[in-house]
Design a protein around this ligand. Sequence first.
Ligand SMILES: Cc1cc2nc3c(=O)[nH]c(=O)nc-3n(C[C@H](O)[C@H](O)[C@H](O)COP(=O)(O)O)c2cc1C
Length: 349
Amino acid sequence: MSRVASFPGAKPANSDSSRKSQMSDFQECEVQNRRDQVDNKQSPVNLAVNVGGIRMVNPVTTGSGTFGFGPEYAPYLDLRQLGAITVKGITLEPRLGNPVPRIVETPAGMLNAIGLQNPGVEAFIRDHLPYLREVGVPVIVNIAGNTVEDYAAVAERLDQAPGVAGLEVNISCPNVKKGGLQFGTDPVMAAEVIGAVRASTKLPVIAKLSPNVTNIVAMAESVAQAGANALSLINTLLGMAIDVQARRPVLANVVGGLSGPAIKPVAVRMVWQVAQAVDLPIIGMGGITTAEDALEFILAGATAVAVGTANFINPRATLEVVAGLAAYCEANGIKDINELVGWAWKMSC
Ligand SMILES: Cc1cc2nc3c(=O)[nH]c(=O)nc-3n(C[C@H](O)[C@H](O)[C@H](O)COP(=O)(O)O)c2cc1C
């Protein structure tokens, strides 16, 4: 996980370390935030993208569950420079999440079994949405549920809340009415959820696919038919770790979701396959740490990207990716980043 960004425009997290010793962390961040604004305004490249009706000034958003509700990261970067902010998964009722330990570091990644800890939709709208609205970038609300009706109710409530740009539907949740089988592992159940959310809101609906399936294209086609405006992929891969001293699983939940650089090749492969089969914009994610990683997803067919686990090791990773994308386009004579979407297969046909 200690990969140092080396791509054009992507500054390593520790590049200013000598100066840092003379400044407080807060001053350092203020200076960096002002620098972000200047850097981004100078780019002659069009970085703006449209994800199923969500207009983003650049293609970079945050991975749900890795960026809180935004203010947690405000000391480290100017949130207004993000293409969008995707918040932690929201359910109808508040949830405390799973017992600890619920996180474990793995080679080139991490396992988490947070269990969708969140304050519930009412508290989200009351306590977090006003702040996000002030930031002024599109707010994508990730939603989850135990039943189709749960998802529909959260979507309907958020539809009436000013300041929400779109809903990202996390279908990697157990369907309690079907013995706990995940919605996202069955094309029929996945379509039911997306259809119900679609019928409950006028907001753009992004279906977030689970990679824990044998045929990702079948899942994408199913949710597309059910009315999704865009797709997000991928969510975490099911995994586990065992403590050899204790001789039992590390996570209290036994299994968890693997994320980080370890999953990037799987994610790029899935974006590549789905982009060629389904005519919907894709938000690609899974192990993006640098602009070069993001470009792999864009060249595979993603219109936008989300930075997730990387935020935990470098809270400025999102904006470094934005800067690196602009630098790549400039260096390669690309005037509009949309030209690069799917290039790796479009240009080889
Ligand atoms: C701690 C943690 C919490 C997460 N919470 C959510 C969530 O609430 N909803 C969701 O759809 N995905 C959630 N994810 C999945 C991420 O949004 C993302 O899809 C996945 O981690 C792959 O991207 P990454 O490798 O860049 O982290 C979570 C991931 C992590 C690491």
